[in-house]
Design a binder for this molecule. Structure first.
Ligand code: FRU
Length: 609
């Protein structure tokens, strides 16, 4: 009996070592069990390149440094084919014995089968990782991650001429996982530089959304003007954590007393500002499942006091409340407060969207304006399908309030036809308030003035035309895959609809319709290109024009797979993704009645790729 046991134990060991031979450069692979493989890094190089297959389950990878667990992450290690590779940065581990203890989760029945997975031979230690663009749908002037998945913009702050942007990032693949704060910086909101990782997961969890600000009064004791960050640590629970940076946002030191705030139910995405009037911090936290925003005060970001909540039963309630922001804007010499609340699902066209409330804030409580019936109206910041998790920059210069949104929708974000990266951010938008005919205050969003820098040649300049039954068409720029800005004014002479069509030679088209009889403008992407990846993608989105005189205007930005359409004065905005087989090559104007199109300008734009 004893002997038999010995034999049974010894057999898999023999098998494991005999299967250890095949591997890529700089690694040694040992299959210990059907689902358990050790990868020893025994070559020199900056990165271990991990082969990914998009449609397999995540493998769980424990990094062992000198035998001790350093961290755990998840990656879809290739089973039958390698779609792309992602780099594990080995630099921080130099001088240690590095072993990856992997649960491959490949659903195999024997070690012999498990060893056939495509990933093992393709693992490689390398000094380089190729980040040059391979994607035809990667925007040429919007911010995108160099590789991997991105969702919410996080921790945006401005200091010394630099706009900092962190973002929810998966460095190990193009689907949501391993949430980390990626980091980019820009001198002008248009040209982005990719920086080293901002904040990495730790024992308290992965790093969910949050905010940054400058601590101008040294309230935290981390130093005057230190960059402070609040974020949600997503571990067994969602808890709130504090960190600060003393090297211009390059890296962060986590507060040893974390978490600084806990609740029994899901709460996340802390957004803060220093309130000069009250001399303390205001923190807004999304009480996600309760559909409310919590208002918290703190003298030092370490001790938090819950003051009030807003939202229960108000506004759109169709999904979780996430990513709040609160800021003042002046209108008619008066200060009003705007509360942004991102909602998923429950947006006006399905899935994710950003709602907002205008009202007053006394440092502890937010009170929303009501309509003539005493109800709190639901207002939408953008009337497209691809605008979410929008928040604004802290400490922006010249009193600006500048916003950025994630240009996707949780309905299909993980399925859009890209692989090297997934998702872009919107163009930056400067916000202001205006009063509409219903007496309510609304947010106007205009493309930040820096976007003017993108203009190259005007291929149509100041053109006017009468749009009738027969369409008048203009060619769109062909340089840089057709990226362009198009602006024009519309005046419908007979209260009849006006169609503006973007099309290509494959008969793919976007139809924009201005309807003066109900003062709306719509965007039909049902025939815009590829939508095979999701039944939720084809859509017609509709915005109020906030005009009643048969006139409106359009300023539109096309960037390979996105179209953002603004009223020239920012009263409506619509952001929609499109995936045409080839760029739209013409724009045409037609009307069932008669309409005048004037000030038509078409600019080709400069590419940052
Ligand atoms: C919003 C969100 C946030 C959360 C983050 C996780 O898109 O769900 O509430 O912090 O994404 O990546």
């Amino acid at each position: 009996m004893m002997n038999l046991q010995k034999y049974m134990l010894a057999a898999p060991l023999l098998l494991a070592s005999s299967l250890g031979a095949s591997a890529g450069d700089g690694v040694k692979v040992e299959h210990l069990g059907v689902n358990n493989t050790l990868v020893r890094v025994d070559g020199d190089g900056k990165y271990l390149l991990l082969p990914v297959q998009e449609d397999v389950a995540d493998a769980k990878v424990n990094i062992l440094l000198d035998g001790k667990l350093e961290r755990t992450f998840y990656v879809r290690l290739a089973k039958s084919k390698v779609d792309y590779t992602v780099p594990l940065n080995l630099e921080p581990y130099k001088g240690h014995n590095i072993v990856l203890d992997i649960n491959a989760n490949h659903d195999r029945s024997s070690i012999r089968e498990a060893k056939d997975a495509a990933c093992w031979n393709a693992l490689e230690v390398s000094n380089t990782f190729d980040t040059s663009n391979r994607e035809k749908f990667r925007p040429a002037y919007h911010h995108t991650p160099e590789w991997g998945w991105m969702n919410d913009p996080n921790g945006m702050y401005y200091q010394d001429g630099i706009w900092h942007l962190y973002y929810q990032w998966n460095p190990f693949g193009s689907k949501w996982q391993n949430m980390t704060w990626g980091h980019s910086t820009s001198p002008d909101l248009i040209h982005w530089k990719h920086e080293a990782v901002g904040i990495e997961p730790d024992g308290l969890g992965t790093i969910f959304s949050g905010s940054c600000a400058l601590d101008k009064t040294n309230s935290t004791g981390f130093g005057k003007d230190a960059v402070v960050a609040l974020y949600t640590a997503a571990g067994m629970s969602q808890t709130q954590s504090l960190a600060h940076s003393d090297n211009n946002g390059e890296t962060f030191i986590k507060y040893p007393g974390n978490p600084v705030f806990t609740l029994e139910s899901e709460a996340r995405d802390p957004n803060m500002f220093w309130n000069e009037k009250t001399g303390e911090w205001n923190i807004m936290l999304a009480h996600a499942l309760e559909h409310e925003i919590l208002f918290i005060t703190s003298p030092d970001l370490k001790t938090w006091t819950l003051q009030s909540s807003f939202g229960k039963g108000e506004g759109a309630q169709g999904g979780v409340w996430e990513c709040p922001d609160l800021f003042p804007l002046d209108i008619n010499g008066k200060q009003k407060w705007v509360l942004l609340v991102n909602l998923n699902p429950g947006g006006p066209f399905g899935g994710s969207a950003t709602q907002y409330f205008v009202g007053d804030f006394d440092g502890k409580t937010f009170t929303a304006d009501t309509d003539k019936d005493g109800k709190i109206p639901t207002k939408w910041m953008d009337y497209g399908k691809d605008h979410y998790a929008t928040v604004t920059w802290s400490d922006a210069p010249d009193g600006r309030r500048t916003a950025l949104g994630w240009m996707s929708n949780w309905q299909y974000a993980a399925d859009v036809p890209t692989q090297q990266f997934r998702s872009a951010n919107t163009l930056p938008r400067d916000l202001s308030l205006f009063e509409a005919n219903d007496g309510q205050l609304y947010l106007a969003s205009t493309p930040s003035p820096e976007t003017l820098k993108l203009r190259d040649n005007a291929i149509v300049k100041g053109k006017s035309l009468n749009a009738g039954k027969k369409a008048s068409a203009f060619a769109l720029p062909s340089a840089n895959d057709g990226i362009c800005e198009i602006a024009f004014d519309i005046e419908s002479k007979k209260n009849s609809k006006v169609d503006i069509t973007l099309s290509n030679s494959k008969d793919e088209k976007v139809v924009i319709t201005y309807n003066p009889s109900d003062n709306t403008i719509s965007f039909d992407r049902t025939k815009a290109g590829d939508s095979s990846f999701s039944l939720d993608f084809p859509a017609v989105t509709v915005a109020p024009t906030f005009t009643t005189d048969g006139k409106t205007s359009v300023r539109m930005f096309i960037d390979r797979s996105s179209i953002e359409m603004f009223a020239k004065d920012g009263k409506y905005v619509m952001t929609n993704l499109v995936f045409p087989a080839e760029p739209y090559s013409r724009i045409s104007f037609s009307s069932a009645g008669a309409a005048k199109i004037s000030n038509l300008n078409i600019y080709s734009l400069k590419s940052n790729l």
